[in-house]
Write a protein that binds this ligand. Structure first.
Ligand code: ROI
Length: 161
């Protein structure tokens, strides 16, 4: 079994409901166990500011799905929750599920970049990841605790449902 960390983000159509639906869907994935869900955070949008705050969280899974099989499964959950993929890389979304880490693999392919690009300076990824895995070390030996210490919290708060 491989250990994976998934970032969840939502800022449209009742993010709290989106997050809970996504977590329920993750518990139904084949060959996969949900291990832990971080606290939910409310973060300021990175990118254009004329969009809602985000709900962000991180989920730890064990799986025997391959990275691409896991990506396909996550994209199908996103799609089933109304995600429209087009020219909105920096725009609002109902649900984003990104693979942050997959064991100690480093992957740079057309569909997948693992560790997830920019994760090391995004407060809404680092803090929830730290909540569930404070001792985590990245494949390049960076320590999560060092990155968290250097990352401003940018007014991120606990999500109050
Ligand atoms: N901003 C925040 N705070 N949280 C996100 O999950 C998030 N996701 C994105 C962009 C649009 C870059 N901004 C975000 O994809």
């Amino acid at each position: 079994m491989s250990i994976c960390y998934i970032a969840l983000g939502s800022n449209l159509d009742d993010p709290f409901a989106q997050a809970n639906r996504a977590i329920a869907a993750l518990t139904q994935l084949p060959h996969t166990q949900l291990v832990e869900v971080s606290p939910f955070y409310r973060s300021k949008p990175l990118g254009p500011q004329d969009q809602n705050d985000y709900l962000n969280a991180v989920i730890k899974l064990t799986t025997s799905l391959s990275p691409i099989e896991l990506l396909d499964a996550l994209q199908s959950i996103e799609k089933s929750q109304g995600r429209v993929r087009k020219d909105n890389r920096w725009g609002a979304r109902t649900l984003d599920l990104d693979i942050l880490l997959y064991d100690d693999l480093i992957i740079n392919s057309e569909r997948l970049t693992i560790p997830h690009y920019h994760m090391k300076n995004r407060e809404f990824v680092l803090y929830p990841l730290f909540d569930i895995e404070p001792e985590l070390v990245f494949p390049d030996n960076d320590k999560l605790s060092d990155l968290v210490a250097k990352c401003p919290k940018n007014d991120m708060k606990q999500w109050i449902a």
